[in-house]
Design a protein around this ligand. Structure first.
Ligand SMILES: C[S@@+](CC[C@H](N)C(=O)[O-])C[C@H]1O[C@@H](n2cnc3c(N)ncnc32)[C@H](O)[C@@H]1O
Length: 328
């Protein structure tokens, strides 16, 4: 296992405390009892105790009492939760009642039009069971994806982050009953996907399961920049998402279905118009990395997709020139 007597250092802790969206980002202690991994986590921050207290307060004060202006979402816009998440998705991800409600396989499968197991199996199958390096899952998800990933790669060093403490608690409970060392030793940290608190090139694999379409355009760009920054130059970036807008799928053609989905998912429309592979290539280039290979698997007639990017280190310009000169 490629851990870590000399773990990857954290980025500048000062940067952890604010996101580019202006909201504070509050990383807290790893939530598993994993002393062998503790040095590789945010637990080393000098502000740990203070941040832990802030998170406990966030959790304990979560209520649905109506604030003075009548906007329930404001109750959830605290302790580093980005405004778009509180405003658009408090009812889906931040309220403990909805976390309980949505975190049932039957519900998730219904939301994904019966494709939940297929998507999960397809994504998991892209992960090498013998892998023993460091993997980061960017944000928690409902259902069994995270524990299944840990069970698929029992020898890996697994990290999971999310900005919502209620989600981290839920994932922690699921990992506790999952089999294998990866689940037992997983490190869960609270931070914003737009400002990850990990060092450059510190993960061999980064996995993003149905997050990107839930981010506004600029936040999505920042989250992808961060994913690419922390990914090793020869790493793997695995994404499960909605497909690009083709116009032929029934779900696109029937206006009622399209409008209902886009009312629930306000950032999905723009996301589906983007060319994800191109975006990842450009992001990789800016991070000094290259995409070596892209595997795409359409699911449900292309309404969903699994996209698996294999990276390779960028060739330094002068090295490329030298090799061309040597060949001529
Ligand atoms: C991964 S997405 C949706 C997953 C998918 N619908 C499912 O549950 O299978 C939802 C998660 O992303 C988290 N999230 C959203 N924006 C975030 C951000 N900027 N930083 C960190 N976590 C974020 C939410 O707290 C929530 O736990």
């Amino acid at each position: 296992m490629r851990t870590s007597s000399n773990p990857a250092p954290l980025e500048n802790p000062t940067a952890l405390l604010s996101s580019s969206s202006g909201a504070p980002c509050v990383p807290v202690a790893a939530v598993r009892e994993a002393p062998q991994l503790a040095t590789a986590t945010v637990t080393e921050l000098p502000v740990r105790a203070q941040l832990q207290a802030a998170t406990e307060t966030a959790t304990n004060t979560q209520t649905l009492t109506q604030p003075a202006d009548g906007a329930t979402w404001r109750r959830f816009h605290n302790h580093g939760i980005p405004e778009y998440l509180a405003r658009r998705y408090w009812w889906a991800y931040l309220w403990s009642v909805s976390v309980w409600f949505f975190d049932h396989a039957f519900i998730i499968n219904t939301i994904l039009f019966g494709n939940y197991y297929k998507l999960m199996r397809a994504a998991i199958s892209r992960l090498d069971p013998t892998f023993d390096g460091r993997v980061l899952q960017i944000t928690c998800v409902y259902g069994a994806f995270t524990p299944s990933m840990a069970e698929r790669m029992p020898n890996c060093e697994m990290h999971l982050m999310d900005v919502a403490d209620v989600q981290l608690q839920s994932s922690r409970r699921k990992l506790r009953v999952a089999k294998g060392a990866a689940a037992a030793g997983a490190t869960l940290s609270r931070m914003n996907a737009e400002t990850l608190a990990y060092a450059d090139n510190s993960f061999d694999k980064v996995v993003i399961f149905f997050l990107l379409h839930e981010l506004p355009h600029d936040a999505r760009a920042r989250a992808l920049e961060e994913a690419m920054r922390v990914l090793r130059p020869d790493g793997q970036l695995l994404i499960a998402e909605y497909g690009e807008q083709g116009g032929t799928h029934l779900m696109h053609r029937v206006k009622f279905l399209r409008n209902t989905l886009e009312a629930m998912e306000p950032f999905l429309g723009r996301f589906r118009k983007e060319n994800l592979a191109e975006k990842i290539r450009a992001t990789a280039t800016r991070a000094g990395k290259n995409v070596a290979d892209v595997f795409q698997l359409p699911v449900f007639g292309g309404f969903y997709r699994i996209v698996d990017f294999t990276m390779k280190p960028a060739t330094a310009p002068n090295a490329a020139a030298q090799s061309r000169a040597g060949a001529s």
